[in-house]
Design a protein around this ligand. Structure first.
Ligand code: CO
Length: 134
């Protein structure tokens, strides 16, 4: 059911420092910072040959990643995103298997303008999983 790894998201305490690390030390192609107020994050996209890394930093008081950064002050891996062809079919199959979908269970428009869902980390080996319909 799941397809390609779309991205791995890493929460970072200093977005400029993290962008420099990926660009200058690791030699990757790195985007300019992009503020996504509706998601409560500022993000830098790191383009790799086979996937992307999303560097995330909280934006605004109600950022959904503020608590994560408080608990992980050096930053840390936040979620992995797998591509699916049909997000409603994927959701229904996972719910039937007993997996918990976060929020109200309806897909939302994600950071790339495509429908996304998040799955409870306790049901997926301790990892927050995002599904994105591509
Ligand atoms: Co994501």
């Amino acid at each position: 059911m799941i397809g390609r790894l779309n991205h791995v998201a890493i929460v970072v305490p200093d977005l400029d420092a993290a962008a420099r690390l990926y660009r200058d030390t690791l030699g990757a192609t790195v985007s300019a910072p992009l503020a996504l107020p509706e998601h409560g994050v500022t993000t830098v996209f790191v383009e790799l040959p086979n996937t992307k890394i999303e560097l995330l930093h909280p934006l605004g008081e109600a950022s959904p990643i503020a608590k994560f950064l408080a608990a992980n002050p050096s930053g840390g891996m936040h979620h992995v995103c797998y591509e699916v062809d049909d997000i409603h079919a994927a959701r229904d199959r996972l719910k039937a298997a007993g997996a918990r979908v976060l929020g109200d269970g309806e897909p939302k428009t994600g950071a790339h303008g495509k429908p996304v869902l998040f799955l409870h980390p306790k049901d997926f080996c301790g990892t927050l999983v995002e599904l994105e319909q591509v």
